[in-house]
Ligand binder design. Sequence first.
Ligand SMILES: NC(=O)c1ccc[n+]([C@@H]2O[C@H](COP(=O)([O-])OP(=O)(O)OC[C@H]3O[C@@H](n4cnc5c(N)ncnc54)[C@H](O)[C@@H]3O)[C@@H](O)[C@H]2O)c1
Length: 316
Amino acid sequence: MAYLVTGGTGFIGSWVVKSILEKKKHVVCFELDPNIERLKNLLGNDFNKVKIIQGDILHFHKILDVIKENNITHIAHIAAAVMRVCNTNPHYAMQVNITGFTNILEACKQTEIERLVWASSASVFGGSYGNEKIPNDASFQPNTIYAGSKLLSEKLAEHYFTNYGLDIIGLRYTFVTGHGMPNSIGGKFIEELCEKPAIGEKGRVPWGEDNPDWLWAGDAGRATMLALSANTTQTRAFNVAGDPGSVSSAINFIKEILPGSDLEPLPGKMGFNNFDGSVAEKEIGYKPEWTMKKQIVAHINRARQKANMKLIEDTY
Ligand SMILES: NC(=O)c1ccc[n+]([C@@H]2O[C@H](COP(=O)([O-])OP(=O)(O)OC[C@H]3O[C@@H](n4cnc5c(N)ncnc54)[C@H](O)[C@@H]3O)[C@@H](O)[C@H]2O)c1
């Protein structure tokens, strides 16, 4: 019995691997471009417990072989072409997100996998809801091709559940922050907001008028493990919410804990929303543990640790 994590050395995938290892399960990563350093940094000595297989979810027969050869019973499908890839290379990105996901679904069906959990995205809802929390069953209004690919994936998952009895759970992560974040738009936001003031530099913070739902990557990993081990759920996909907090409140908090910080909020919004996570709590037992403030302190201390500076107290 072993757990397969596609995209298992990616940002969220590596936290999923960590959460599975914490439950003493065997983990195999199936990864296009293994980022050994990221996984080693996160897992420390436990890195040696993980088997990493280089492979592409576009290669159907390779997925089948990996499942059979490694006695895989559960899969966390985290690999995807993220927003940046969708925008810059839509032809390739749709192959990965649609054909790649269908390969995973079909491989699960043919090998009678006990549980498939996959990474959807809160972006399927699109729109702008202000401070209102988006319910789990709100209507979908995806406004990017990335979000559209996740919506079609939700429909594909429903089809495989209804027609073939494949036991599937989709998780709609929100705005995920944590160690190992890629140098993407989200990573840049954390760098400007947290890492620069942490070492005494000026930060110019994007999305100054926005109100993200801050989801710690460790909470996303824990939610994924809960979904992998839950009884069959009534609902096929869940909002995995974090802690809502405006960018301006984040800046005020940093100025409190690091007096003298020079932070300039830039006008504009990314288009974040906040989400009702009560259905996930009821059906898979997931509740966020990390507040926005705790996440900020963790990012600040990570930057200060790298710069050999004194850490700030974490009481959040
Ligand atoms: N980061 C967020 O805030 C966020 C929010 C909502 C949903 N998600 C979803 O969570 C998942 C992980 O996102 P992330 O931020 O960790 O991105 P990431 O890019 O760090 O991780 C994706 C991983 O998938 C791998 N991969 C890509 N194509 C592959 C292929 N063809 N075969 C095998 N592996 C492949 C990549 O090498 C990478 O390691 C994605 O499905 C993403 O859509 C992320």
